[in-house]
Design a protein around this ligand. Structure first.
Ligand code: ZN
Ligand code: ZN
Length: 360
C-alpha cells in the first residue's frame, strides 16, 4: 500500500485552478510531506501546470532524491540566498502570478518573494491542502491505527511501571520513552499530565506534583508513528473514587458517548459538538466546558475538521476526529475523556480501545 502523491497534487491543482491560479507555492512542511512524501524540512513545493518543482538546499538533496523520485529539484547552493533562489526558479518556470499559503507564510517571506525586478505578483490562497487532508485515505488510516496502538501500549506499559514517587513530569517522560521504544518517533504533542486540582488546566504542563498525592490524574497523550498522530485522554484514578469525581466523570462520559453517537457522514460538525455540550449544560456545568468537542488530526495534531459550536461543515467518510468533552472546576480538578473516531460510510468506528470505566 503506497501513497499516491501525484493524485493528491492533481486534486490540489484542480482546486487552485478553479480559483483562477496556474501556479501555487506550498511552504507548510506537513503540506509538502502530504503532497510529495518528503519528511525533511526547509523545502517548498511549486506546482506549476502539472510540473512540480521542489525548492530546497544542498542539505536535503540526497534525501529528496530518495524520498521523492521523479520530482524535479531546484537546489540552492551558496552564496545564493533563499529569496534569490525563489526568484530564479519562479522566473525560469515562467511564473508571473503566484498563489501562496497565506496562512503559513510570514509577512517577511511574502514581501521578499514579491520584491525585486521581474518578481511574480503573489496572492494568498488559504486552506486548500487542509481541505484535502481532512479526508484520509486507506494508507493514512492504517498509519493512524498504528499510531493509536503504540500510544495505547505506551500508556499501559508506563502505568505498569509506575512508582509512588512519580511526578507528573516523570509520567510524561515515561510516555515519551515507551512510545520511542515501541517504534514511534516521539509524542505527537507534549503530554499533559495534571494531578488533582492541576487537572483543571485543560492544557497544563507536567510539573513536580506527585501523582500519588491526589485521588486522580488527567493524562492527555499521543504518539507519532510513520508521521501520523494519535490523541487520547484518560483519567488515572487511585483506589478510592470520590463521589464528586464519580458524578462529574459520569456527565463527561455521557456527553462523550452522545457526541460519538452523532458522528456519521452528513452530520453537521456543530451538531456533534452540540450533542456533547447539551449533556454538560443539562447537568449545570455548561460554563465549565470552555473548548470544542473535538478536532481532526493526522500529519499534525490539530487539523480540519473542527467539532465546535458554529461549525457548519458536514462530516464525510474518511475523516478522523477526536471526541473530547471536558468539565474543569478550578481548585478541584478536571475531567476530559478523549477518543479517536473514524467517520465510516455506515457511521463511525471508535479506533481507540483504552477502557473508560472509572474502576481501572
Ligand atoms: Zn488530547
Ligand atoms: Zn485533542
Amino acid at each position: 500500500m503506497t501513497m499516491d502523491f501525484a493524485r493528491r497534487r492533481g486534486r490540489l491543482e484542480s482546486l487552485f485552478r478553479r480559483r483562477g491560479f496556474d501556479h501555487f507555492l506550498v511552504t507548510h512542511e506537513p503540506n509538502v510531506a502530504y503532497l510529495t512524501g518528503f519528511t525533511g524540512g526547509d523545502t517548498a513545493l511549486l506546482l506549476t501546470r502539472g510540473r512540480p518543482i521542489l525548492l530546497s538546499d544542498a542539505r536535503y538533496e540526497q534525501q529528496l532524491a530518495e524520498e521523492c523520485p521523479g520530482l524535479e529539484l531546484a537546489i540552492r547552493r551558496p552564496p545564493r540566498t533563499m529569496h534569490e533562489h525563489y526568484h530564479r526558479t519562479l522566473r525560469s518556470a515562467g511564473v508571473r502570478h503566484l498563489a501562496f499559503e497565506g496562512d503559513h507564510m510570514t509577512v517577511d517571506q511574502a514581501t521578499r518573494i514579491q520584491d525585486g525586478p521581474r518578481a511574480a505578483a503573489i496572492a494568498p490562497l488559504n486552506g486548500l491542502t487542509a481541505q484535502l487532508r481532512a479526508v484520509k485515505d486507506r494508507h493514512e488510516i492504517a498509519c493512524i491505527r498504528r499510531s493509536i496502538a503504540v500510544a495505547e501500549r505506551a500508556y499501559e506499559d508506563a502505568r505498569a511501571s509506575m512508582r509512588p514517587d512519580w511526578t507528573e513530569r516523570r509520567m510524561a517522560c515515561e510516555l515519551e520513552y515507551r512510545i520511542r521504544l515501541l517504534g514511534g518517533s516521539g509524542c505527537s504533542f507534549p503530554p499533559i499530565v495534571g494531578a488533582g486540582p492541576r487537572a483543571a488546566l485543560p492544557h497544563g504542563r507536567p510539573g513536580d506534583t506527585r501523582i500519588d498525592d491526589h485521588p486522580f490524574t488527567l493524562v492527555d497523550w499521543g504518539a507519532t508513528v510513520d508521521g501520523y498522530a494519535s490523541d487520547l485522554t484518560r483519567l488515572m484514578v487511585k483506589d478510592k473514587i470520590p463521589p464528586k469525581l464519580e458524578r462529574v466523570y459520569g456527565v463527561v462520559l455521557r456527553a462523550q458517548l452522545a457526541a460519538i453517537a452523532a458522528i456519521r457522514p452528513g452530520a453537521r460538525m456543530g451538531d456533534v459538538d452540540r450533542a456533547a455540550r447539551h449533556v454538560i449544560e443539562d447537568a449545570g456545568f455548561g460554563r465549565r466546558f470552555g473548548h470544542g468537542s473535538g478536532h481532526g488530526f493526522g500529519l499534525e495534531i490539530h487539523e480540519q475538521p473542527r467539532l465546535a459550536p458554529g461549525q457548519d461543515g458536514l462530516l464525510k467518510a474518511g475523516m478522523v476526529v477526536t471526541v473530547e468533552p471536558g468539565i474543569y472546576l478550578p481548585g478541584w480538578g478536571g475531567v476530559r475523556i478523549e477518543d479517536d473516531v473514524l467517520v465510516t460510510r455506515a457511521g463511525h468506528d471508535v479506533m481507540t480501545t483504552v477502557a473508560k470505566d472509572l474502576c481501572q
